[in-house]
Design a protein around this ligand. Structure first.
Ligand code: ADP
Ligand code: MG
Length: 212
């Protein structure tokens, strides 16, 4: 029988204790299939329906590698909308409790850019943002991606539907080539898979079929 306990993963004791305190006792199927590959450092394309726990899947991958003492941006999560970016940032902050003093910053449109630039000057370990605003920051040179280790494209199917794929590719191109890239979606889209070949390194693929 495959174990679905988070404690079977090589995660730091503080992270495991926090998962317990959040009431996350067992991994969801997408977490159980993806996390061993992610923790090995593989690039990954993962597909599972909405509500299946994809955020913690990449969130734990990010936290596993994160150095709290280094205030450079080590992880970037791309989301199609501001609401999704806020949700993801909220979940990442919950997961990062007790993992050290981890700063998660959201960079989305609709908020003034100046305070975002100032927050970036102070440093953020994890940045969660929407494509348009991230490109603004890349163009002004306000975001330094040289320390980036993990790049996540969340809701990639919606990103394609909303016409963001070219923007996403521009952002990917601004990231260091030596990084781990993780792509998540709720539905299968052949064009995502095709596009991802341009920026992923021999990705593993995990798909959890919906039972409903
Ligand atoms: P998705 O991105 O796949 O739509 P989310 O990451 O938003 O799903 O997760 C859906 C809900 O499940 C969230 O409220 C999250 O806190 C919760 N959740 C995630 N993983 C677990 C787990 N292993 N055990 C219990 N709840 C979990
Ligand atoms: Mg999600």
């Amino acid at each position: 029988m495959t174990t679905t306990s988070f404690s079977s993963l090589p995660l730091a004791p503080a992270i495991l204790a926090n998962l317990d305190s959040l009431g996350y006792t067992d991994m969801t199927p997408i977490q159980a299939e993806s996390l061993p590959l992610i923790l090995e450092g593989r690039d990954l394309i993962a597909q599972a329906k909405t509500g299946s726990g994809k955020t913690a899947t990449f969130g734990l991958g990010i936290l596993h590698k994160l150095a709290a003492a280094d205030f450079g941006t080590q992880a970037l999560v791309l989301c199609p909308t501001r609401e999704l970016a806020d949700q993801v940032a909220g979940e990442l902050r919950r997961l990062a409790r007790f993992a050290g003093n981890i700063k998660t910053l959201t960079l989305t449109g609709g908020s003034p850019i100046r305070p975002q630039v100032e927050s970036l000057e102070h440093g953020a370990h994890i940045v969660v943002g929407t494509p348009g605003r991230l490109i603004d920051h890349i163009d002004r040179g306000s975001i330094d991606l040289t320390k980036l280790q993990t790049l996540v494209l969340d809701e990639a199917d919606r990103m394609v539907d909303m016409g963001f794929m070219e923007d996403a590719i521009r952002i990917v191109s601004a990231c260091p080539p030596k990084r781990q890239t993780l792509l998540f979606s709720a539905t299968y889209a052949e064009d995502i898979r095709k596009a991802s070949a341009r920026f992923m390194r021999n990705p593993a693929e995990v798909k959890v079929e919906s039972l409903v």
